[in-house]
Ligand binder design. Structure first.
Ligand code: 13P
Ligand code: ZN
Ligand code: NA
Length: 282
């Protein structure tokens, strides 16, 4: 089975993106791996600190191992938006092979020190590290960034940042935000193009839910190799479960009321894999 590094590097060489789906429970996990297997797509399963706490790190690792064994496609279990480097280190020791250290809220030099420490540690375990330069808007679980705190990635700093942190992939802020958009998002494609010309590691797009398909396609064309999707899965899943429970007020069997949620989520997962261009890559 190819490593997380190779999965993103293959995407970079062949100009597509690997979708990274945030999951929260068994049902989400199943839908993501089943759909990816059906479409022969590599996939990243992203777990935030809240998800690791909720689902249990050991269970997530075992589910990923079982999925890889069953489906024989690259399934990468990834820690998303982790801020505590000691927590990341202990999860790497436990078996996580792909992590994001999010020190984007720190000032530049501190972001470098923290990201570098994590990447040094991770590489001893053959784990790969994503870090963020710039600051994305919106809310992702424990991290909320107000509109006036957002700042886009400065292309003049990306080479210095990558060289000094030794990270494996870079999350960029080019105008996307976590969650749904209050106003139509305006992405800075020129900035992305400039960054892409300067770097030779995979670039990551956070906040991809609720973006027009054309914007995602352009981002991939201009150098994005990992597309993070959370909200667009959560919303239809909950909507479908809610509707089922309202329509069946006496239902108490999770296998029955979770199923419509899974089906609603499956449609989006399939759509996003196709959008990323990762279908049939394995
Ligand atoms: P969305 O919720 O906008 O899809 O953002 C997901 C994300 O960036 C996870 O890290
Ligand atoms: Zn994110
Ligand atoms: Na979003």
């Amino acid at each position: 089975m190819i490593s997380s590094k190779e999965v993103l590097e293959k995407a970079r060489n062949e100009n597509y993106a690997v979708p990274a789906f945030n999951i929260h429970n068994l049902e989400n996990f199943q839908v993501v791996v089943e759909s990816s297997a059906e479409l022969r797509s590599p996939v990243i399963i992203a777990a935030t600190p809240g998800t690791v706490k909720y689902a249990g790190a050991e269970f997530l690792i075992k589910m990923a191992e079982a999925s890889i064994q069953k489906y024989k496609i690259p399934i990468i279990l990834h820690l998303d938006h982790f801020v505590d480097k000691e927590e990341i280190k202990s999860l790497i020791r436990l078996g996580f092979g792909s992590v994001m250290i999010d020190a984007s809220m720190e000032e530049y030099e501190k972001n470098i020190i923290i990201s570098h420490e994590v990447s040094d540690y991770a590489h001893n375990f053959n784990a790969t590290v994503e870090a963020e330069l710039g600051k994305l808007g919106g809310r992702e679980e424990h991290i909320e960034v107000k509109d006036d705190e957002v700042f886009l990635t400065n292309p003049d700093y990306v080479c210095d940042f990558i060289n000094r942190t030794n990270i494996d992939s870079l999350a960029v802020a080019i105008g996307t935000a976590h969650g749904l958009y209050k106003n139509k998002p305006k992405l800075d494609f020129e900035r992305l193009k400039t960054i892409n010309k300067k770097v030779n590691i995979p670039l990551v797009l956070h906040g991809a839910s609720d973006l027009p398909d054309d914007d995602v396609i352009k981002c991939i064309e201009y150098g994005i190799n990992k597309v993070n999707i959370a909200t667009e899965l959560k919303v239809p899943f909950s909507k479908a479960v809610r509707k089922y429970l309202v329509d069946h007020p006496d239902e108490s069997d999770p296998r029955n009321y979770m199923t419509p949620g899974k089906e609603a989520m499956r449609d989006i997962v399939i759509k996003k894999i196709k959008l990323c261009g990762s279908e049939g890559k394995f």
